[in-house]
Design a protein around this ligand. Sequence first.
Ligand code: HPA
Length: 275
Amino acid sequence: MTTTLTKGMIQEAADYIRSKSSVTPKLGLILGSGLGVLAEHIDDAVSIAYQDIPYFPQSTVEGHAGELLIGSVQGTPVVLMKGRFHMYEGYGPELTAFPVRVMKALGVSRLLVTNAAGGINTSYEPGDLMLISDHINMTGRNPLVGPNDPELGARFPDMSEAYSRKLREIARQVAYEKDIPLQEGVYVGLLGPSYETPAEIRMFRTLGADAVGMSTVSEVIVARHAGIEVLGISCISNMAAGILDQPLSHEEVIETTDRVREKFLNLVLGIIPKL
Ligand code: HPA
């Protein structure tokens, strides 16, 4: 089922947020599982619970707090989602990406998305950071299905540079200056919530994927529809199914993201002032 999210609903949510903070954010941040640490580095942060924002879904997953923070990071005005919405929670793709529409209405022109992902590329290791060069949408869903409002974006938006070349160059430069190793690869987005089978992972490797996760793709599709430039960073939290002789668990995902917290923070705090 597709929920039609109108301009009026987007405006109502944006108006509510504006009533709580006078900051006009130019950068949006979406933080994945265990990567919420950045939230502690927002100056003069105003926190708004998702449940208070009109039409916002609720996040239901452990390790994903549900709050929107507005403030500034090293002088850059930001709006940050601590915890996101996933299709496996039962939300349609348009709902998982609704906050991106609201960010656009608030004034955001660039978006940094982060996630925890399983490593498919066998040269990766848990704890690696990966710049997302492109994605493969394997969710079988698209958040733009349904009537198109041309004021929000084109009917058939271009996805040939979903993850900005220019922003990736900035991220690589910051990583180099800070001596932080950074992989770069293709993220395949799936519906979840079960992890993949080893056969599926072999298939995705053959198809050109380097990392796998259950988020991000619908947010990025909506961001591109809205003309927002995107930078994506995955934290490789585990090797994908079948690569190591051990089962996958959400605990491992959280443990690894905890372990790389400082490295991740250091990289992202270096990138933000340049966005
Ligand atoms: N598969 C899918 N999603 C994930 C994984 C994985 O191995 N790790 C973290 N998110």
